[in-house]
Design a protein around this ligand. Structure first.
Ligand code: TYD
Length: 143
C-alpha cells in the first residue's frame, strides 16, 4: 500500500494563464479547516520532521519545487512536488519531512483541522512507539 495519494488537480487554463480550484469533497476528501504556506525557505533548510495523529493534509508546490519524504515507520518514499496541479495527500500516521526546496518555492498546505500542537508527534522514536500501539490496538479489534 502506498504511503500517500497523488491527486491530479484539474486546471482551468486559457490564454491568460492557469487557475486551479480546490473544494472539499469535490477534488479532496476532507473538509478544509486551515490553509497555510511555506515560502522564502532557504534552499539549505529542511522542514517538517513530524507526524500527526489525526490530521489529513494536502501539499502542493504552487511555485518551484521540493521533495517530501513520507515514512510509515516500516518504509519511506520520496515524492517530488514540482507542478501546481500535483497534490500530495497524506492521511494517517505518516512521518513527513520536506527537503530540497528550490529558490522561490511556495509550498501550500491544506489541512482538515485547525492548528493543534497536541496532534503532533515531533520525535521519531515516539512516532514509532505510537504507530506500534495503534497497530496493536487495531489487531486486537480484528481478532
Ligand atoms: P512547524 O510545525 O515547526 O513547521 P514545519 O513542520 O513546517 O517545519 O511550525 C513552525 C511554527 O509555526 C511552530 O511554532 C508552530 C506554528 N504553527 C502555527 O501556529 N500554525 C500552523 O498552522 C502551523 C503549521 C504552525
Amino acid at each position: 500500500m502506498s504511503l500517500y495519494k497523488s491527486i491530479s488537480l484539474s486546471s482551468l487554463t486559457d490564454a491568460r494563464g492557469g487557475l486551479i480550484a480546490i473544494e472539499s469533497y469535490k477534488n479532496i476528501p476532507f473538509d478544509i479547516k486551515r490553509v497555510y504556506y511555506l515560502f522564502g525557505t532557504d534552499i539549505t533548510e529542511s522542514r517538517g520532521y513530524h507526524a500527526h495523529k489525526n490530521l489529513k493534509q494536502l501539499l502542493i508546490c504552487v511555485s518551484g519545487s521540493c521533495e517530501v519524504t513520507v515514512d510509515d515507520g516500516e518504509g519511506s518514499e520520496v515524492v517530488l512536488l514540482e507542478n501546481p496541479d500535483q497534490a500530495l495527500l497524506i492521511e494517517g500516521l505518516i512521518w513527513r519531512e520536506m527537503h530540497n526546496f528550490s529558490e522561490g518555492c511556495v509550498l501550500l498546505a491544506i489541512a482538515s483541522e485547525l492548528y493543534d500542537e497536541t496532534d503532533y508527534i515531533r520525535n521519531y522514536d515516539d512516532f514509532i512507539s505510537y504507530s506500534k500501539q495503534v497497530k496493536e490496538g487495531l489487531d486486537e479489534c480484528h481478532s
